[in-house]
Design a protein around this ligand. Structure first.
Ligand code: ZN
Length: 416
C-alpha cells in the first residue's frame, strides 16, 4: 500500500478513532506482519501528543503452538508480572488501538475446549482490573489485511491482488474515499466521520424518544423473535464519550445503532444470515432459539460444538448483551464482500451479540458496580460475540408498553 495513504489512515486512527490526547499513553496491538501500519500509527499517536506509545505484537502461529504444546495449568496461570502489567494499565489508562488483521481460519483445528478453559480460568483474576478500567479510556479497533485474510476473502485472486483488493475495501469502509488510491489521497475522512456521527446522533435520538418496550423481528429465513428493551438503557451509534469526556470512535468502520436489551427478555428463533468467525474458527448456517432471554437450543451445520462451547462459557454467555440495527445500504453490505471478520460483517447487517452488555449505555452507570448493572438488566459475561441476522426482507416492529406498534425496519432498512 502507498505510504502516503497508510500515513493518512494512521492519522485517522490515532486522532479520530482513539482521539489520543496530549500526555496520554497508548498501547497499539498488532500482528507481527503489520509492522508498517503499526509503526505509522505509533508515530501518528506521538504526533498527536502521546507521552509514550508501546506496540504489543501478536502472532497466531505462536498461539497455535501454545494451544498444542503448553500445559493447561501453565496457560491458565496469570503470573505475577502479567498481573502487575494490568495493574499498571489501570493506573495509566492508556488508549488502546487494536489493528485487526487476523486470518479467519488461524486457529482452525486447535483444541477449542482447552482454549475456552484457559480463558475461563484466567478471567476471574483479570476481571476486577477490567472492571476498574471500563469506560475510562479511549479505544479503537481498525483493520488491515494480512495475506491469509485477503486470500480467504478473495480465494480466486493471486495473493498480492487479494491484499490490494482487501485494502481498497477496508479503506472505503473506513470512509477513506471510494476505494481508489486517488480518492484515498484527496478525501477528507475527518469530515466524513463528523457527518456520519451526526446521522447516528439523529437516528439514536428518534429511537430513544420512542421508548419501545420490545422489538419484534421477522424474516422469510425463519427468524421470528421478540426481545425486550431496557427503559434505562439508551440507543447509541458512532462515536462515544469516555468518562473523562473525550469523544472517540471505538470502531472503524461502524454502521450500527445499538443498545443492550433487557436481560431475561428474549423469545423465539434467530436464524443467522452470515457465518460467524469465533476464536479463529467458523460457525456456519446456524440458528439459536431463546426462551426467557436465554439461548436454549443451538443448531449449526458447521461448528456445532464451538457454538455450544461458546454459550456455556459462563453464566451470562447464553444471554444477549446487544441488539444492533444496520440498514442494508451500509457501505460494507454494498461492497458485497463477506469479510469473515466481525468488525466488518457486523456492520453489514442487523445483529445481536451473546454475552456482555454495554454498561455505559445505562443511566447512572458511573456509580454502579457490575452486580448493580447486572441487576438493572445489563448482561455480564466474559464473552461478547456478535452474529448477523439481517436479511433483505427483515422487518422489525417496535412495540410500546401500551401496545402501539411502530415500524422500525422494513425490507432490511430504516422505516423512519
Ligand atoms: Zn454490534
Amino acid at each position: 500500500m502507498n505510504k502516503t495513504i497508510l500515513k493518512k489512515y494512521a492519522k485517522l486512527i490515532a486522532e479520530k478513532g482513539a482521539a489520543v490526547q496530549k500526555g496520554q499513553q497508548v498501547i497499539v496491538t498488532a500482528a507481527t506482519d503489520q509492522e508498517e501500519l503499526a509503526g505509522y500509527v505509533a508515530e501518528a499517536c506521538y504526533k498527536a501528543g502521546a507521552s509514550y506509545v508501546k506496540i504489543e505484537w501478536t502472532n497466531a502461529f505462536a498461539n497455535r503452538l501454545d494451544n498444542k504444546y503448553a500445559d493447561i495449568d501453565i496457560l491458565s496461570t496469570v503470573t505475577t508480572w502479567q498481573e502487575e502489567k494490568i495493574k499498571q494499565r489501570v493506573k495509566d489508562l492508556p488508549c488502546m488501538i487494536y489493528i485487526d488483521s487476523d486470518d479467519p481460519d488461524a486457529l482452525k483445528g486447535t483444541d477449542v475446549k482447552k482454549a475456552g478453559e484457559v480463558r475461563r480460568r484466567r478471567y476471574p483474576v483479570l476481571k476486577p482490573y477490567i472492571d476498574q478500567m471500563e469506560n475510562r479510556y479511549q479505544w479503537v479497533i481498525v483493520a488491515a489485511p494480512s495475506r491469509a485474510w485477503a486470500k480467504k476473502v478473495f480465494p480466486g485472486l493471486r495473493t498480492n491482488d487479494a491484499v490490494r483488493k482487501l485494502w481498497e475495501a477496508i479503506l472505503k469502509c473506513a470512509r477513506m474515499g471510494d476505494g481508489s488510491d486517488k480518492s484515498a489521497m484527496t478525501c477528507d475522512p475527518f469530515r466524513a466521520w463528523d457527518e456520519h456521527n451526526e446521522d447516528f446522533i439523529q437516528r439514536s435520538a428518534w429511537l430513544n424518544e420512542q421508548k419501545f418496550d420490545r422489538l419484534h423481528y421477522t424474516s422469510k429465513n425463519g427468524t421470528d423473535f421478540t426481545v425486550g428493551l431496557n427503559p434505562r438503557v439508551k440507543w447509541e451509534g458512532g462515536g462515544e464519550y469516555s468518562l473523562q469526556g473525550i469523544y472517540f470512535n471505538p470502531n472503524m468502520p461502524t454502521e450500527e445503532i445499538f443498545t443492550s436489551p433487557m436481560r431475561g427478555r428474549a423469545d423465539g428463533l434467530l436464524v443467522a444470515s452470515k457465518p460467524l468467525s469465533y476464536q479463529g474458527q467458523l460457525i456456519e448456517n446456524f440458528s439459536i432459539r431463546f426462551e426467557n432471554g436465554r439461548a436454549v437450543e443451538v443448531k449449526a451445520e458447521k461448528g456445532q460444538q464451538l457454538l455450544e462451547e461458546m454459550i456455556a462459557m459462563d453464566e451470562g454467555a447464553p444471554y444477549l448483551g446487544e441488539v444492533a440495527l444496520v440498514p442494508k445500504e451500509s457501505p460494507i453490505n454494498q461492497c458485497g464482500i463477506l469479510f469473515y471478520n466481525t468488525l466488518f460483517d457486523e456492520n453489514a447487517a442487523c445483529h445481536v451479540a451473546l454475552g456482555t452488555g454495554f454498561t455505559n449505555l445505562l443511566e447512572g452507570f458511573e456509580n454502579m458496580s457490575t452486580e448493580e448493572t447486572l441487576a438493572a438488566g445489563v448482561n455480564d459475561s466474559m464473552i461478547h460475540v456478535d452474529f448477523m441476522i439481517g436479511t433483505d426482507d427483515l422487518t422489525i416492529t417496535g412495540i410500546k408498553a401500551d401496545g402501539t406498534e411502530v415500524e422500525v425496519f422494513r425490507n432490511g432498512t430504516w422505516a423512519f
